[in-house]
Ligand binder design. Structure first.
Ligand SMILES: Nc1ncnc2c1ncn2[C@@H]1O[C@H](COP(=O)(O)OP(=O)(O)OP(=O)(O)O)[C@@H](O)[C@H]1O
Ligand SMILES: [Mg+2]
Length: 253
C-alpha cells in the first residue's frame, strides 16, 4: 500500500515535495511548469510533469540495477514519485561528455568538442548567488561537504555517467551533459535524489543530432513536448508505454 500524501514541504520551480505518513518517505510531484535563465523565462507545458516523472523513474531503475543508491522507491502514478526523504546537499553536480551550453560561454572549448575524460563540475545551488561554479576548497569552506564526501560524489557520478551513457547509446541518444543532486538519507549515506529528465539533461539523437531536451525551450523553439515524448518512447519498455497510454512517436522503437 502507498503511504498517504501529507503536507507540502517544499515547492520548487518544477516540482513539489510532500511529506507522507512515513517520516522516511516523500512524494515528489512533477509539475508542468518549465523555467530557464534563472527562472526568468517560464511557461507551462501540458503533461510535462507526466513525462518527466516516467523518464526519471526509468533512469532511477536503470541506476538501481547497477547498484547505485537512489532516492527512488516507485512511481505511484505518472507525476507522483515515492522517494526516500533526503537532506539535500546544495550542489548541482554537472557531468559533461560533449561541450555545449554555458561551458562554451565561459571557456574556449569548441562546440560539440568531445570531453574524454568527462568534465565533472559542481555549482553552488543557490538562486540568490546565481549558482556559481565551485572548487573543492570553496565547497569545504562553505561547509557544503567535506573532501571525503566530495570524492565519493565524484566516484558515484562517474559511475552514473557510464551507466546512463551506455544505456542511452543503445536507444540512439547521445548524452552531452546532465545535472544531478545528492542528499543524505537518515543513515548518513550519500544518495542520488531529485530528477533525471530532459529538464536537467542534454539528449541528442545519435544519428541526426536532433535536440531532445529543454534547450528547445531555452532557444524558444517549437516541439518541446514532442521531444520529451520521443525520449520517453525510446527509453521505456513497450509494456510501460502501453500501460501509460503513450503514443510511440517512432515506429522503429
Ligand atoms: N528525495 C528528496 N528529498 C527531499 N528533497 C528533495 C529530494 N529530491 C529533491 N529534493 C529537492 O526538492 C526540490 C525540487 O524542486 P525543483 O527541482 O522544482 O526546485 P528547485 O531545485 O528549487 O529549482 P530548480 O531545480 O529549477 O533550480 C529541490 O530543492 C530538490 O533539491
Ligand atoms: Mg530542481
Amino acid at each position: 500500500m502507498n503511504p498517504k500524501m501529507g503536507n507540502l514541504i517544499y515547492a520548487g520551480k518544477a516540482k513539489d515535495v510532500y511529506e507522507t505518513d512515513d517520516p522516511e518517505l516523500v512524494i515528489v510531484k512533477f509539475r508542468d511548469d518549465i523555467t530557464a535563465g534563472d527562472g526568468v523565462k517560464t511557461e507551462n507545458f501540458v503533461k510535462k510533469g507526466f513525462y518527466n516523472s516516467i523518464i526519471s523513474s526509468k533512469f532511477f531503475e536503470v541506476l538501481e540495477e547497477a547498484e547505485i543508491k537512489t532516492q527512488y522507491i516507485k512511481l505511484i502514478k505518472p507525476g507522483y514519485m515515492l522517494c526516500k526523504k533526503l537532506e539535500m546537499i546544495p550542489l548541482e553536480v554537472i557531468t559533461r561528455n560533449i561541450a555545449a551550453g554555458s561551458l562554451l560561454k565561459k571557456f574556449p572549448f569548441k562546440t560539440k568538442q568531445e570531453l574524454n575524460p568527462p568534465i565533472i563540475q559542481m555549482d553552488y545551488k543557490n538562486d540568490e548567488y546565481h549558482d556559481p561554479m565551485l572548487n573543492d576548497s570553496i565547497t569545504i569552506a562553505l561547509d557544503l561537504a567535506n573532501q571525503e564526501q566530495l570524492d565519493m560524489i565524484r566516484d558515484i557520478t562517474i559511475k552514473i555517467n557510464n551507466v546512463l551513457k551506455d544505456f542511452l547509446l543503445g536507444k540512439n541518444i547521445l548524452f552531452p551533459d546532465f545535472k544531478i543532486e545528492y542528499g543524505f538519507d537518515n543513515h548518513g549515506n550519500i544518495v542520488l535524489g531529485d530528477e533525471i529528465s530532459p529538464d536537467t539533461c542534454r539528449f541528442w539523437d545519435s544519428k541526426t543530432s536532433e535536440v531532445l531536451d529543454k534547450d528547445l525551450f531555452r532557444k524558444g523553439e517549437s516541439g518541446v513536448m514532442d521531444a520529451y515524448i520521443k525520449v520517453a518512447s525510446r527509453i521505456l519498455a513497450k509494456e510501460d508505454l502501453k500501460k501509460w497510454n503513450i503514443e510511440n512517436l517512432e515506429s522503429e522503437f
